[in-house]
Ligand binder design. Sequence first.
Ligand code: AMP
Length: 285
Amino acid sequence: MNVTGRIAEVRKLTDDARASGSRVGFVPTMGALHEGHRSLVRRARAETGFVVVSVFVNPAQFDQAADLDAYPRTIDDDLEVCAAEGADLVFHPDPEEIYPRPPLTQVRVSGLTDRMEGAFRPGHFDGVTLVVTKLFNIVGACAAYFGQKDAQQLRVVRRMAADLDMPVEVVACPTVRDADGLALSSRNARLDSADRERALALVRAFAELRRLFETGQRSGPALQRAGLAVLEDCGVDKVDYLEVVHPETLEPLPSIEDAALVCGAVHVGGVRLIDNTTIGSPEEE
Ligand code: AMP
């Protein structure tokens, strides 16, 4: 496995791989790799001939300096994970390699970024779309693997790639969860055992919404109210949002015809957690 912090090296190795007939698979991450990330690398390994993993904590997508500072950085462990999953190349640049000067260029996906994460984390998606554009330009034509865990991000990146004719196929991968349902996240390491229990609030709210849907409830606002009540019962510190939206447009649904995406963000013990589920059709994709 090659490890580099240099853009030029990534370009060369991925160009060589394509020239020799391989499809390139790309897994962008911020590191602190867990089983969720592993599942992306494994899928890339199974579907492509040359697997690139990037490990870069992107300052541009953090709206809170404290969150950026607290973000776990575990590159030695991450390299072991990448090697164990058969990655060919890990790109681990310094911030100066990616941002040698303050960028004057913005990449903004409108509409899809207006609500939910976009509303509660000002500038977050501009940071995501900027860095993902740069990474796609560095890695070149590829299949890029993204987790359904970040459902809004997945749709924003997919739309950006389509709108800008990027030579990238965005592949959605299912959310990997602990046995009790908690979605794996690098931030979970910051939860103590009492908070870990409260962190199940979103999973419990989703279960209640699914139950109500199965008993015939189709009203988006009614389902939203029921979900918010569960979050309150579970004693989360703060709810940013719980939304019942159209799975593609991400617009709130007054009533559900086929399927809905339910997305939520809560704060527990100083940690911000997000999760989502699909109701009305099989989860994921
Ligand atoms: P991050 O390192 O948080 O930027 O995540 C990198 C990629 O891993 C993103 O595409 C995430 O959606 C994905 N990811 C994070 N957590 C999970 C999970 N529990 N299951 C599946 N994919 C995940």
